[in-house]
Write a protein that binds this ligand. Structure first.
Ligand code: BGC
Length: 387
């Protein structure tokens, strides 16, 4: 049953990729080639574009054993999406015939570096990485590349290094735009005429997604702030002021407590931009504790508890970015590499400070009480929460 679903997902993803074939070949070639060049010549610089282009055909044909070791390095297990990824990668890589090593690093960069190091030592052919800090894995990933290992970023961009072949993720600026728009829609639907009193939260500043989520949201909210329709009562509108170190819900709750104590003793708060569900629930709890009426609060991940809160009207919305889709896409790429077909083509890329990284981008979806049943129609576990 689960396997069928995965196969269907892989098949439809494969069709989408076929439809895109031909776009972005140059970029794709150079990324593949980087991997293969490094595999072929340990001592040569893996990322050199010229060397890469020359080696491309050899690279695409190489492949590796069907029962190869595949490493998956996750940043932590503090939100539901990463726990789901841990389970799904372990089960689905095993089902696909590979030997998975799946590890999470508890938000500690040196621990993640060591785990990747040991995946290389254990002969992993591909390492899938959700970095704690997008900029801190350069040297260990360069070591992976020079051992001929493919490196795929998972959910988060890997920054400032040539040692990445591609990244599988939901559009991060797009996610933020959806959050900003949903906040605005919720305010209009639930809080009457503006101006609205609002506060802003961002995610962990080391995570490359967090500034992008914030940027996307502000592209929608800033014009409303400029027009006076939204008032940020605390005046805190910079990402650095609004970020939540390590995506730590307790820190977000503390910040919300002090924003309420310092700015809202004589006013109601109408809405709060939250970058994910855990932080959203912390914000809602702080408002409850302060005796505030329930503000419009956004989220991300469609975590079980937040799906229930959305259904009960306690959290206005979440954004679904299904882990099963990200994992299916990652495994599709791993199979392509195993068969010797190289990285699939994609027409999206992002500059990571060093190279244009091919991005395999999926679409996030806003979930409110109104569309929850539609969005989760094929997700029996979440459907069961809508009662
Ligand atoms: C992920 C979110 C997650 C957050 C904290 C982000 O990079 O995209 O899904 O909530 O990290 O774990």
């Amino acid at each position: 049953m689960a396997k069928k679903k995965v196969m269907a997902l892989i098949l439809s993803a494969a069709l989408a990729v076929t439809a895109l074939a031909g776009c972005g070949e140059a970029r794709e070639g150079s990324a593949n080639a980087a991997a293969d060049a490094s595999a072929a010549a340990e001592s040569t610089e893996a990322g050199s574009d010229e060397g890469a282009a020359a080696d491309e055909s050899a690279a695409a044909g190489a492949g590796f054993e069907a029962d190869a070791t595949i490493g998956v390095s996750l940043p932590w297990l503090g939100t539901q999406n990463w726990k789901e990824a841990e389970t799904m990668f372990t089960e689905q890589l095993t089902e696909a015939g590979f030997k998975p090593i799946v590890q999470a690093a508890d938000q500690k960069v040196p621990q993640q570096q060591q785990q990747i190091e040991s995946m290389i030592e254990n002969g992993a052919k591909v390492i899938v990485v959700g970095p704690i800090d997008g900029t801190q894995l350069g040297s260990v990933l360069e070591k992976a590349k020079s051992s001929g290992v493919y490196v795929i970023g998972y959910d988060r961009l890997i920054e400032n290094t040539e040692a990445v072949d591609g990244v599988v993720q939901f559009g991060s600026v797009r996610t933020g735009e959806l959050q900003g728009q949903a906040l605005l829609d919720g305010l209009k639907a639930q809080k009457g005429e503006g101006p609205y009193n609002v506060e802003l939260f961002g995610g962990g500043p080391a995570d490359p997604n967090a500034p992008n989520f914030f940027k996307g949201a502000m592209s929608v909210l800033q014009p409303e702030i400029d027009a006076g329709n939204i008032v940020i009562v605390s005046g805190q509108t910079d990402f650095t002021q609004c970020a939540t170190e390590d995506w730590d819900n307790a820190k977000a709750q503390k910040r919300m407590d002090s924003l309420l104590a310092g700015n809202y003793s004589d006013k109601e708060i109408d809405g709060v931009l939250s970058p994910n569900d855990g932080i959203g629930r912390a914000i809602i709890t702080a408002c409850e504790d302060a005796g505030q009426p329930n503000p419009v609060v956004t989220g991300l991940d469609a975590e079980n508890e937040s799906v229930e809160w959305v259904w009960q009207g306690k959290q206005y919305c979440t954004v679904a970015k299904p882990t099963q889709d990200l994992v299916a896409k990652s495994i599709e790429i791993i199979k392509s590499l195993q068969e010797g077909s190289g990285m699939p083509a994609t027409d999206v890329s992002t500059n990571n400070g060093k190279i244009d990284v091919p991005i395999y981008e999926l679409d996030p979806v806003v979930v409110t009480k109104d569309n929850a049943k539609e969005v989760f129609a094929n997700d029996p576990d979440r459907m069961a929460l809508l009662k």
